[in-house]
Design a protein around this ligand. Sequence first.
Ligand code: ZN
Length: 58
Amino acid sequence: MTAGRRPVRMCVRCEGLTTDPVIVSEVHAGSGPGFNVYACTECAPHIPKPPDVLDLLE
Ligand SMILES: [Zn+2]
């Protein structure tokens, strides 16, 4: 981690980079670390809560 560097994430909706990401979904793998899905603050309110993501992984 570099001090002073802000995290940059790609918005899942507009695919733009944002330094102020909002987590819109958390994906948990069966084993090992999961990952988060991010959106920018403009898109976050427009993203519907995903249906059962865990079901898709099974
Ligand atoms: Zn966006």
